[in-house]
Write a protein that binds this ligand. Structure first.
Ligand SMILES: C[S@@+](CC[C@H](N)C(=O)[O-])C[C@H]1O[C@@H](n2cnc3c(N)ncnc32)[C@H](O)[C@@H]1O
Length: 190
């Protein structure tokens, strides 16, 4: 048996593999160093497309280089702008939208995702989903802004109408306070 519960990031990656198929379109709302953008590009294949966002030029540069090195650059559109502009940049409905909140590993911790823009982008991401599409959020309540994001996201996602969305909160109950969580929303199929 190879199944092993590891982390919120691992849970999100497992869901990506189940949801995405060749030819799909997806959004990476927090590009960072491009690991998730690359994974999405591989899953959607040569006939799919990925739209990725980050407010830091360094993140866009690193992700662009990563995709070029992997021969995947033509599968993605990289936007050096906040995910709160997703609605203007993504031309049509997508199968999956993902957020990995917080800051760019190895860089300034002050440049982190923020409650107001995160909520605006999640709202837009839910509108963009195809029927049956999935929105994933990895949230890190171990730091102050992450705790605020977690609280507001849980309040907002709990209020979504169950006829239109199923909402799941995956949390490691024995990992102590501040443990990362994976929030999963699926839009109804009809
Ligand atoms: C935890 S990192 C993402 C890691 C990334 N998914 C990867 O695979 O390497 C979070 C990223 O969100 C970015 N970010 C912060 N505010 C943002 C916003 N409003 N819109 C888009 N990205 C934002 C940060 O610059 C940072 O690079």
């Amino acid at each position: 048996m190879s199944y092993e519960l590891k982390s919120a990031r691992w849970l999100a990656a497992d869901i990506l593999r189940q949801v995405l198929s060749e030819g799909d379109e997806a959004v990476d709302a927090t590009m960072g160093n491009g690991h998730d953008t690359e994974a999405l590009c591989r899953l959607v294949g040569p006939s799919g497309h990925v739209y990725a966002f980050d407010i830091q030029a360094q993140a866009v540069g690193k992700t662009g280089q990563r995709l070029t090195d992997a021969g995947l650059a033509d599968r993605a559109s990289l936007f050096h702008t906040g995910h709160e502009h997703m609605r203007e940049k993504v031309p049509h409905a997508v199968r999956l939208v993902m957020f990995n909140l917080g800051w760019l590993p190895g860089s300034d911790h002050l440049i982190t995702t923020r409650l107001q823009t995160t909520l605006a982008a999640v709202e837009q991401g839910l509108e963009l989903l195809l029927p049956g599409g999935v929105l994933l959020i990895c949230v890190y309540p171990g730091h102050e802004e992450g705790a605020r994001e977690q609280e507001a996201l849980i309040r907002y996602l709990s209020s979504l109408p169950p006829q239109r969305f199923n909402v799941l909160r995956q949390t490691f109950l024995n990992a102590g306070p501040g443990a990362p969580e994976c929030l999963v929303v699926q839009k109804a199929f009809a």
